[in-house]
Design a protein around this ligand. Structure first.
Ligand SMILES: [Zn+2]
Length: 63
């Protein structure tokens, strides 16, 4: 049900939940942050980010 993807985070990357439209900043300083509806979670720092949820559950946004 959930998958984890390791990405490099160089830009300011946000993950937007497609269900509740919550936007979570990719660098959460190693804290696990869920969106409002808990469809996805983000756990990231300067070196990596883990994203929980299915592909269609979130969009990746660079700002
Ligand atoms: Zn959500």
């Amino acid at each position: 049900m959930s998958q984890e993807i390791a990405n490099k985070t160089k830009k300011d990357i946000y993950y937007k939940c497609t269900h509740c439209k919550d936007e979570i900043f990719g660098n959460t300083h190693k804290k696990l942050i869920e969106c409002k509806c808990k469809a996805i979670y983000i756990d990231g720092c300067e070196d990596y980010v883990r994203v929980g949820g299915d592909k269609g559950d979130y969009e990746v946004i660079s700002k």
